[in-house]
Design a binder for this molecule. Structure first.
Ligand code: ATP
Ligand code: MG
Ligand code: MG
Length: 392
């Protein structure tokens, strides 16, 4: 009997455990909270990721370790990797934890990125703004997720002056918001990209170097949090090929093992890389019902050194995220291609508590299902951009 250890016990660990059950796998989940929702399906070890005795117990009880949470300290992952195989490797994890290192690597690999600059001080912010201009986004280099730790610098913020005065006012506001964290987590300024669409490549690389991706996914965010995903993305096949090539190069460079997502912006038909998520990804949840093999199953197969399953999909799939609270499931379950996921979490503003996946054979049928669900739930704004994309 093989036991997979997962650091982090949120919904990703929960869905990994669910996917692993038919494979005969056991799990041990480690989380700082006794309430972690994966604990409803797998034994839960409550402990701090920096606590060596907790990590030692974790290592002694598992055959292989992986992550549901990308901000597990890279040193803890390193410490563990001396005791038990850890996938993805701690170097890949560490790189994805630092937006500056990540964007620098993208650029080295010939993967285009928005203009960016390291911001170590208020003066450096001034210099970075002069180079990058407005609008821009100041982000923490480390520990950000779901759009947290970000400040958007726009013209018109502050005193409304033009030219330097405007940038100065925006810099003041941004520094007031994030400056106090600069020493602890670092900061990076990025050009704001007025993208036409956001895309992600969800990919899996095996221990043997085999590489597969699911069809490109189109994503919509609200306030920095994923709201909806559509697969396959309605884009030119050449663009999809370029995105997949970027992901392949990245996986090779990092000797990555497991599932990851590469988030991309598309602007004027060009791709710009945003970030690498070193784990199964929210934009890949549709693969549970929409693909031959789900991202969760393939992640497990990869970290265990087994052959990855086919990533082909059937028809068209849309995932809708439920944030803060779960709506009524009736309208989703009434659709022939409707599937419901309740993560078993308590409700809290901004928290991902579940999702629905809707699958159909044609774009028209999927649009019809989404319209009915959106109307029933009063969530037209959430489904409308997906319906518009389906008619492209
Ligand atoms: P995640 O939950 O995906 O890990 P995160 O906190 O790491 O989120 P990002 O992915 O960097 O944050 O940003 C969240 C969202 O904010 C993006 O998906 C995009 O919609 C928007 N965004 C981020 N950076 C930029 C940018 N440079 N230009 C335009 N929009 C951006
Ligand atoms: Mg992120
Ligand atoms: Mg992101």
């Amino acid at each position: 009997m093989t036991t997979v250890g997962i650091l982090g016990g949120g919904q990703l660990a929960r869905m990994l455990a669910l996917a692993g059950a038919p494979l005969g796998l056991r799990f041990l989940v480690m989380d700082t909270s006794a309430e972690a929702c994966a604990g409803q399906f797998a034994p839960l070890l409550v402990g701090d990721y920096r606590d060596e005795s907790a990590l030692a117990e974790f290592a002694s009880r598992v055959d292989v370790a992986t992550f549901d949470f990308e901000n597990v300290p890279a040193e803890s992952a390193q410490w563990l990797s001396a005791r038990v195989p850890v996938f993805p490797n701690p170097r890949a994890l560490g790189l994805a934890q630092d937006r500056l290192a990540e964007k620098t690597l993208f650029r080295e690999l010939g993967i285009p990125v928005p203009a960016f600059a390291d911001v170590g001080s208020r003066a450096a912010l001034e210099t970075a703004l002069a180079a990058i201009g407005l609008p821009a986004i100041l982000k923490t280099r480390r520990l950000g997720y779901d759009g947290k730790g970000q400040f958007r610098l726009k013209p018109g913020v502050g005193n409304g002056d033009s030219g330097f005065g405007e940038a100065e006012a925006a810099a003041d506001a941004a520094w007031a918001a994030l400056g106090p964290q600069a020493d602890r987590v670092g900061l990076i300024l990025e050009a704001f990209v007025p993208f036409e669409r956001e895309l992600s490549v969800v990919a899996v690389r095996g221990r043997d170097g085999s590489f597969r991706t699911w069809p490109l996914t189109e994503n919509w965010h609200v306030d920095g949090v994923l709201s909806a995903s559509l697969a396959p993305a309605r884009v030119d096949p050449a663009l999809a090929e370029a995105a997949i090539a970027h992901a392949g190069r990245l996986a090779e460079a990092l000797d990555y093992v497991g599932v990851f997502a590469l988030e991309l912006f598309c602007r004027d038909g060009e791709l710009l890389a945003n970030e690498l998520a070193p784990r199964v990804h929210n934009s890949g949840h549709w693969t549970i019902e929409g693909a031959e093999t789900s991202q969760f199953e393939n992640h497990l197969r990869a970290v265990l050194g087994r052959t990855s399953g086919a990533t082909s999909m059937r028809g068209h799939a849309c995932m809708l995220n439920w944030i803060g609270e779960l709506p009524d499931s009736v309208s989703v379950l009434a659709e022939p291609g409707g599937h419901w996921h309740d993560y078993g979490k308590s409700t809290r503003a901004g928290r991902k508590v579940g999702h629905a996946t809707v699958r159909a054979d044609t774009p028209e049928a999927l649009a019809g299902m989404l319209r009915r669900i959106g109307d029933a739930l009063g969530r037209q704004a959430q489904v409308e951009p997906v319906i518009a994309a389906l008619s492209r």
